[in-house]
Ligand binder design. Sequence first.
Ligand SMILES: [Zn+2]
Length: 332
Amino acid sequence: MKKLILTSLLLPLLMFSLSSLQAQPQAQPLHEAQPHAFQTQPQSRLQPQPQTQPQSLQAAQPQPQAQELAVAWEELTSADFKKATGLAQGVCIIPIGVIEKHAQHLPLGTDVYAARHIALTAAKGEYAVVFPFYFAGQIFEARHQPGTIAYSSRMLYDLLDETCREIARNGFDKIIIVNGHGGNTNFLQYFCQTQLEGERNYAVFLFTPTGDKETDRKITELRKSTIGGHADEEETAVMRVIRPDLVHMDRVALESGRDQARLPLPGTYTGIWWYARYPNHYAGDATGSDPEIGRLSLDSSVAQLQKVIGMLKAETGTLELQYRFFKEAGEH
Ligand SMILES: [Zn+2]
């Protein structure tokens, strides 16, 4: 995610990720804290170990049990899916990230991991269904870096639109987008605006966490740098909680995360701005990254998302107003 530079750094990375890149430099990544089925956990990378126990003993070992009702769409059986839509009371979450460089020390999928972690963890606390791995986001500004996946703008829109329509066809009428990439922010807000272009039987909400003062204060105390925005000490801390096996702290200083300020044009916004300032896709100094910052940020984001899920389950006004709007607009 492209985060913007937090000066106060109060908001959890999450928020960064949630909004970032565009308008002003702000930072924000999302994260995930607990291993979930979708992610490849460190264990899976272990080499197979020789079996030393007799068959009979192996059979006696506790085996993983199926969850009551998974929150991850792809983990549900088709039959259980019907139960899930009922339990979720029509709420489905799409965690959206992107595949882009995150300095030299974080994986390309950082934003997706963060968004998914927050969504999956929140949905386990306040039941909702979480859409599968989604990484089609706005990331043209990283096309010069290896590994970036930058789909065309029309495809980005159509894919998200069709994804929402498929989610609705499957029984949901409230879709929450949890954004893990700052460069998506403007696109996602525009996408929400375009939901009024034509009648539909569902509503799309963009999760916009605001942070909380106590968490912000604690994070500020723990931070060692005063710059940030992308792959910085906060986003790095989040990944050290979610997927520590993918964080290469020994590579943090291979490139500079300082603002290169190559195009000082105050009073303007232009697409090349991020490249002009942070061509390495590193904004900040992650050297002193403390995992505790990641935990604080994640906990705050998860708590806020849980509240939003609960609020939307109980809410009927959005769809009622949408229907009224479409009727007045001559859609009926
Ligand atoms: Zn990121």
